[in-house]
Design a protein around this ligand. Sequence first.
Ligand code: FES
Length: 157
Amino acid sequence: MSAPEDFSRRIEEAIKSPKNLGELEGADAVGTVGNADCGDMLRMWIKFKEENGKRVIDRATFQTFGCETAIAVASVATELIAGKTAEEALAMGGSELSAPLGPLPPVKIHCAQLVEGALRSALSPANIPPSNQAVAPTLLQQFQEQSPKKIVLEPSK
Ligand code: FES
């Protein structure tokens, strides 16, 4: 099997049943990032827990308007970072976050960087509350909090 075929097969396998897809209710942190070049976007939610006196990632989930590679990388990355501290997760780059998928072709490296960017956004100090309180709204909560917009129709002249 050629390298491109092998890569396609690995991505296909990973997106058959992506892990940790969807909003995470009660998340402690959320980060969103977009890639201006391809127009793709990825949001990641993170929930922490206390374990052996350390604050570690309990669960991470994602949503994306992204390509299949971004979905596959986000799926494996959200599994990889579970159990890690924020510092340990932040030490991981795109190639480590996508490692279970094998090497990515050069044109797909930015897809892993999209996942890394969302993770960095979620774990930026501004997005992590000092205590283990759930503060990050879900997309649905954000939508519900917005006051309804009024649309005024102008009579035609
Ligand atoms: Fe844009 Fe993959 S092509 S994230």
